[in-house]
Write a protein that binds this ligand. Structure first.
Ligand SMILES: [Zn+2]
Length: 290
């Protein structure tokens, strides 16, 4: 059976040492960490650790003293950060797992914990997101956040403003994705101008004033697409059309895009049926007898 190939025929001391020597020959780095060993071996490194009284001791018994990593004790913050960057570059990834880091660098987890406390903190210090699944923002998430911050200031946000409230996506994410902050702004403008594919249907023969990408088939979706929200906010000068308040002037003001004729009652998601309202005006409208 296949899985038997992943097991040693014997687990006596000699078999474990032979396995350690076999794997050591396969690993190119000067040091051999327990993580590197386990990744390639037919037995978990912790088995050797227990048998020989530590990883270091196992290497000594196997005659691999030169593969013990004493330099890990003196690793600096900068050395670890540059090793992380080198690993990410080698793997062509924006973020790396601690397993990838340990396997590629020969650095142990000890100095990482000593200097950064956790892998999460190390990633933060390196400007990497925690996990490609959980924290890597999509273009749309970046654009949504850009619109929120743009609305907050009533103008194109500046690089440093992406790292302050109410921004939820830091400037680093934009620079990583688009190269520079300026290019990220250009990408946003292109997106809201409809040069990029918009997630709304565009009729072939539409003849209306609004840009083509702002035209939705029939009533359109209840949720107002990004480009349309931007168009309405800009048309209304990032102010509530009823009371004139704006987040750029008054702290705490939050603007919403409102369907003048409610979507629930058949109103369409089209530019002429949309307006910018602050929350109190939006609620005031909501509770008044219609
Ligand atoms: Zn208002």
């Amino acid at each position: 059976m296949h899985f038997e190939l992943d097991h040693l025929e014997s687990y006596d001391d000699q078999a474990l040492i032979e396995e350690l020597r076999r794997v050591a020959a396969l690993v190119a780095t000067p040091t051999l960490t327990i993580g590197q060993f386990t990744a390639l071996a037919k037995v978990h490194g912790s088995t050797l650790q227990k048998r020989f009284g530590g990883w270091r001791r196992a290497l000594e018994v196997a005659g691999l003293t030169e593969r013990i990593d004493g330099s890990n004790l003196s690793k600096t913050r900068e050395e670890i950060l540059s090793a992380m960057a080198a690993t990410a570059a080698t793997l062509k990834k924006e973020t790396i797992t601690i397993q990838e880091f340990l396997a590629h660098t020969g650095v142990t987890g000890t100095p990482v914990r000593r200097i950064f406390g956790s892998w999460k903190s190390a990633l933060l210090a390196a400007g990497m997101s925690q996990s490609p699944l959980a924290k890597r923002y999509t273009d749309e998430e970046c654009f949504e956040n850009m619109l929120a911050v743009w609305t907050h200031y009533g103008r194109p946000p500046q690089h440093d403003e992406m790292n302050q409230d109410p921004s939820q996506v830091g400037s680093k994410a934009y620079v990583r994705r688009w190269g520079t902050w300026r290019k990220a702004l250009q990408a946003f403008v292109q997106r809201v101008n409809g040069d990029a594919p918009a997630p709304i249907a565009v009729p072939e023969s539409a003849s209306v004033k609004a840009p083509l990408s702002l035209v939705t088939s029939d009533r359109g979706p209840r949720d107002i697409p990004l480009a349309l929200r931007y168009y309405v906010l800009k048309r209304d000068s990032f102010r509530c059309v009823t009371c004139g308040s704006s987040p750029a002037i008054t702290r705490g003001v939050v603007l919403h895009i409102d369907h003048i004729h409610p979507w629930a009652r058949g109103g369409a998601t089209v530019v002429d049926n949309l307006r910018t309202l602050c929350l109190p005006c939006n609620l005031g409208k909501g509770v008044s007898p219609a």
